[in-house]
Design a protein around this ligand. Structure first.
Ligand code: SAH
Ligand code: TYD
Ligand code: ZN
Length: 406
């Protein structure tokens, strides 16, 4: 039992995914593979505020540093999503005189490049120096640092208050949200808004997408837990919007308490979460049982295919897949190679499981019999690009919400 990272309430564990490596640290060779950092991946839910969170916290510098390999711009669907999001913000919240946007975790500048292109004042706050540099090379302004109260005060002192603080797939990466909200209180204009989008607990439970749980994803947010968190820090949840990206997310809008009228969508999603008992222990325990079944079914299938002499590879060296391979015990004897488009991952080994990563251009050379789709959240985009694989007799293996071959 440990205390809630948001409200200090009692956190009850409901899922143990065992010893796990850093999900985005790909060892260069066998020697580096010997020195991997491991932690216990356990998930619990706060009895007081319902926040679903990891029990153990990995030091942030272990995860987010110069070598952080994730590149936001590698998916065309995500590029479109962020361009659309930037335009929407520019046409609404950022349409006043001399607006200012701060983005937490801007990565390679996938969203901010549209904002910079319009000549609007902006600043990315991004601790991983490699990706921050990629953003700068597209004319995006970036402060290489972790966002927290200290950074917010610095940004405020240098640039003034912000109309919008935006974060995609980053807010859930930050355990120390008390410090983040103290910073937002300084940095946001009186009528400013925090907009953040992250994988939604409701979708994770529906799809049994347990691989959304790994070191970086410290919180699995819901409307209920975000509303409670905002309230605790003097803010208010004023809008929610479900998004189809990354297997199902919610975009939350949070303003200073009383500053804006909450949209009916907030009450609707809260009521839906209540109706389906999303936060009930029985719901979360049932989710944990489905995770066990998926892992057992996946290993059985891979062992059967190996017995039949089939060639099985994987597609997408995702951070998510570290949870799957290390929980289920899937290594190079069951999956020969993982094909991936990220230059920084190619030629390396997957975390913990040590499956070699190769450039996705090699996938067709020759096609395998089966490809385990680790990047299932990009299924449409990948299956479209690799349509010849299936046309020539290849089959995809999917594992959420259950194990199946298509
Ligand atoms: N927004 C991008 C990137 C998400 S990956 C997208 O949606 O694709 C998460 C990013 O958050 C990483 O680039 C990581 O370096 C950054 N990050 C982690 N902790 C942070 C913090 N405290 N403040 C700002 N960025 C952080
Ligand atoms: P993603 O699922 O976005 O995130 P995470 O690592 O947080 O789980 O990662 C997608 C991975 O798949 C990334 O390593 C790039 C790779 N990829 C391809 O190889 N080809 C593709 O067409 C796409 C869209 C992604
Ligand atoms: Zn709590």
């Amino acid at each position: 039992m440990s205390g809630c990272r948001v409200c200090h309430g009692v956190v009850t564990p409901f899922l143990d995914l065992g010893k796990q490596p850093l999900s985005d640290a790909f060892p260069a060779d066998a020697e580096e593979a010997e020195k991997e950092y491991f932690y216990n991946l356990r998930v619990g839910s706060c009895r007081s505020c319902s926040m679903v969170q990891l029990i153990d916290e990995v030091p942030r510098e272990q995860m987010f540093n110069d070598g952080y390999p994730y590149r936001s711009s590698l998916s065309s669907v995500m590029r479109d999503h962020f361009e659309r999001t930037a335009r929407e913000l520019l046409d609404t919240e950022l349409s006043g005189p001399d607006p200012f946007l701060v983005e937490l975790g801007c990565n390679d500048g996938v969203l901010l490049r549209t904002v910079a292109g319009r000549g609007v004042r902006h600043l990315g706050v991004e601790p991983s120096a490699g990706v921050a540099e990629l953003a700068r090379s597209t004319n995006v302004s970036v402060l290489t640092d972790f966002f927290e109260e200290r950074t917010a005060r610095r940004v405020h002192a240098e640039h003034g208050q912000a109309d919008v603080v935006y974060a995609a797939n980053t807010f859930c990466h930050i355990p120390y949200l008390d410090s983040v909200f103290a910073g937002l209180d300084v940095l946001l204009k009186p009528d400013g808004v925090l907009v953040f989008e992250d994988p939604y607990l409701g979708d994770i439970v529906d799809r049994a997408s347990f691989d959304q749980i790994y070191d970086e994803h410290f919180y699995l947010f819901s409307a209920k837990s975000v509303a409670a968190m905002a309230h605790r820090f003097g803010f208010e949840l004023v809008d929610v919007e479900r998004l189809p990206v990354h297997g199902g997310e919610v975009r939350y809008r949070v303003a200073r308490a009383g500053a804006r009228t909450p949209s009916p969508a907030v009450a609707d999603l809260l009521a839906e979460e209540d109706r389906r008992a999303l936060h009930a222990p029985a719901t979360l325990e049932d989710f944990a049982r489905r995770v066990d079944r998926i892992c057992d079914d996946l290993v059985s299938l891979l062992e059967r295919l190996r017995g039949e002499g089939k060639r099985v590879v994987a597609y997408g060296a995702t951070a998510k897949s570290a949870t799957v391979t290390n929980r289920a015990g899937i290594g190079p004897t069951l999956v020969e190679t993982v094909y991936d488009s990220t230059p920084e991952k190619q030629g390396r080994l997957t975390p913990g499981a040590h499956i070699p990563v190769a450039a996705s251009t090699g996938f067709a050379d020759p096609y395998p019999d089966f490809a385990l789709l680790f990047a299932w959240n990009h299924a449409d985009e990948i299956m479209r690009r690799e349509s010849v694989f299936r046309e020539s007799g290849g089959k995809w293996i999917l594992y959420v919400p259950d194990v199946r071959v298509v």
